[in-house]
Design a protein around this ligand. Structure first.
Ligand SMILES: C[S@@+](CC[C@H](N)C(=O)[O-])C[C@H]1O[C@@H](n2cnc3c(N)ncnc32)[C@H](O)[C@@H]1O
Length: 268
């Protein structure tokens, strides 16, 4: 891949999806070379022309599936789930005691481990009242491939073993010695949709809590600032915004109150 071709790809991805891969040429090339060879493209310019002119969106979707980094796992960064159980849910449930409507969004849900973990925490917290609440959470991602996986809800046994045994039994069905499927009940409580965080947010109701973990590391400071502001605008007063433990947001450039590292709150 020539420098010019690489720059064209970097600019395309950054302007449309916020993803900044300028420092990752070797990774990008490592992931795409094979695809180009298998699909008969002799150079990157032809390939990028095809991505940009394909009206079906198929080439573009394949590229996003290849270039997004989707690493995730159940019960990742557990302090966030403890905070959800001990602080966010008590606050949100009190606030919504008359409507019984909880609104949580996992904005970079990848293959589903994060939103399903949130759904299990909510289910456990609501206990016998679970069926009286509308607690379906929204889970979105850019990559169609991970969303497809998430909707199927089938995971390797070793992936779910980090969860408490009672949760494993209550929320997963054994398929065979290696694979387990998320229960129908839990799957019904997570609504997966494809969504690009760079687009305008179409939500009609305000969120009590937004998880946006381990995605902004791929975005530039400017993109992050705009995105955090958009998130602020779709949150309930008092709503909580959670980012990855290794991420940060510029405290001077946001109206969110700092609660603790990686947790922020919209003022009441
Ligand atoms: C590393 S995963 C994070 C998964 C999960 N939040 C966690 O912390 O375990 C990052 C996800 O962000 C998604 N992503 C990257 N850019 C995006 C964008 N512009 N809009 C929506 N999702 C995006 C990727 O497809 C990927 O699945």
């Amino acid at each position: 891949m020539t420098e010019k071709e690489f720059n064209r790809l970097v600019e395309f991805l950054e302007s449309k999806y916020g993803i900044n891969l300028a420092a990752k040429k070797a990774i990008v090339q490592g992931r795409l070379d094979n695809y180009l060879a298998r699909n008969g493209f002799s150079n990157y310019n032809d390939y990028l022309n095809a991505v940009e002119s394909d009206r079906t969106g198929h080439e573009l979707q394949n590229m996003l599936n290849i270039l997004t980094t989707n690493h995730t796992y159940f019960w990742r960064e557990p302090d966030h789930f403890v905070f959800l159980r001990d602080v966010i849910l008590p606050w949100a449930c009190k606030k919504e005691q008359n409507t019984h409507n909880l609104r949580i969004w996992s904005g970079a849900s990848s293959s589903g481990e994060e939103p399903y973990t949130i759904a299990m925490v909510v289910k456990d917290f609501l206990g016998l009242n679970y069926s009286n609440w509308d607690s379906t959470l929204l889970a979105t991602d850019l990559s169609s491939e991970v969303l497809h996986y998430a909707m199927k809800g089938v995971y390797l046994k070793e992936k779910i073993e980090v969860l408490p045994p009672t949760w494993q039994r209550a929320n997963f069905k054994r398929i065979d010695d290696y694979n387990y499927r998320v229960s129908d009940e839990l799957r019904k409580h997570v609504m997966f949709r494809q969504f690009n965080l760079m687009n305008d947010f179409p939500f009609r109701s305000k969120m009590h809590c937004v998880f946006l973990r381990n995605v902004m590391i791929y975005f530039s400071e400017d993109t992050k600032r705009t995105l955090v502001n958009k998130i602020y605008n779709v949150m309930e007063p008092g709503g909580y915004f959670i980012i990855g433990n290794t991420e940060s947001i510029d405290k001077d450039a946001t109206r969110f109150e700092y609660v603790r590292p990686s947790i922020f709150r919209k003022p009441m």
